[in-house]
Design a protein around this ligand. Structure first.
Ligand SMILES: Nc1ncnc2c1ncn2[C@@H]1O[C@H](COP(=O)(O)OP(=O)(O)OP(=O)(O)O)[C@@H](O)[C@H]1O
Length: 209
């Protein structure tokens, strides 16, 4: 007979970050950061400019390796960086075509949800900065990934768009997704957890032994 887990056993976290240390140049930016993320979680990553929020998200995403510690995840992720990464001469739909092909989201649905349908055939160079940010976020939705790493998703967004983003995030969590979000403005999200990164900017340069 297959042994069953005890009824009280918690499911494993979608993401488990243990004692992560990262240097940039000769500076220690992340010093032993640990956090876990479970299905339905929304974690707000806070800290002053330069505290290492983007560095942590890039490390979790696998874009850079930690100098110490481990990052374990049980699921696919989608990462939204500072750059919107849209090709100016391609239309919005053309820009999103690859993400739609590789992911499980539906282009029509995602454009509608983000109020981008009326811009679908416009070259990206003609989009406003807030529209570009929404377009970049469309890639995250198109991926269908359960784990979202969102680096300042609200930059350039108006109040209505921030409200819409909050609703999208809440729906993602309700479906079992999870996210880490860096932001310098309050988000319309309930029951969030927060993780504050201290600024190590004034620390003496250190070297790995
Ligand atoms: N390529 C690089 N080489 C060396 N140092 C870097 C590099 N990129 C970033 N840094 C440094 O790493 C530190 C953390 O930067 P990071 O962008 O992760 O901070 P942040 O908390 O996201 O800041 P912000 O709130 O301004 O977006 C900063 O001191 C920055 O100067």
């Amino acid at each position: 007979m297959t042994p069953q887990p005890p009824p009280s056993a918690l499911p494993p976290p979608l993401l488990d970050v243990r004692d992560v240390t990262v240097f940039r140049g000769d500076r220690l930016v992340l010093d032993g950061v640990s956090l876990s993320l479970f299905s339905g979680d929304a974690m707000i990553l806070t800290g002053p400019n330069g505290a290492g929020k983007s560095t942590l998200l890039r490390t979790i995403s696998g874009l850079r390796k930690p100098d110490g510690g481990t990052v374990e995840r049980q699921t696919e992720l989608a990462w939204l960086g500072h750059q919107d990464a849209l090709k100016p001469g391609l239309t919005l739909t053309q820009n999103l075509a690859l993400a739609a092909k590789l992911g499980t989201g539906h282009m029509h649905e995602v454009l509608e949800t983000l109020d981008l349908t009326f811009l679908a055939d416009l070259p990206a160079r003609l989009l406003s900065s807030g529209q570009k940010r929404r377009a970049a976020f469309a890639r995250v939705m198109l991926s269908g990934a359960p784990l979202w790493l969102l680096d300042e998703p609200t930059v350039g967004l108006d109040v209505a768009s921030i409200e819409r983003l909050g609703a999208i995030m809440a729906e993602h969590r309700a479906k079992g997704g999870a996210m880490i979000v860096t932001t310098h403005v309050p988000l319309p999200l309930e029951n969030t957890r927060s993780h504050e990164l201290p600024s190590l900017a004034n620390a003496e340069p250190l070297w790995l032994s």
